[in-house]
Design a binder for this molecule. Structure first.
Ligand SMILES: [Zn+2]
Length: 113
């Protein structure tokens, strides 16, 4: 058979020596789909996380605690964007006068452990 390509390079494992990582981490943007254009900056002193896409300038801000990782903020952002999109798409019906109490929107999972 032919030669095999050397293509089995493994991505750097997380188990490698513990490096001092910067608090910035890059992710793919939900909106413009650029790879690593989204940066999450955790300011643990202030308790604030800021997510920003340097390509399309999407922004998101959230609170952090000592356990929060950039990926958490990123997934929060995805959830928030998702929820916003759904809310946007929801048909807005004129509110007919009705005596029925409208049930509150289902609480969006914040305790899905
Ligand atoms: Zn973007």
């Amino acid at each position: 058979m032919g030669k095999r390509k050397k293509s089995s390079r493994k991505p750097a494992a997380a188990s490698a020596a513990r490096r001092r990582e910067p608090l910035d981490t890059a992710f793919t943007c939900l909106y413009c789909h650029h790879d690593k254009s989204v940066t999450v900056r955790l300011d643990r002193k202030e308790g604030i996380a800021q997510l920003v896409c340097r390509v399309c300038d999407q922004r998101y801000q959230s609170k952090v605690n000592h356990l929060t990782e950039p990926i958490d903020i990123y997934s929060e952002w995805i959830d928030a964007a998702d929820a916003a999109q759904k809310a946007d798409q929801a048909p807005r019906r004129p509110t007919a006068s009705s005596s029925r109490a409208v049930p509150a929107a289902p609480s969006v999972g914040s305790d899905d452990d």
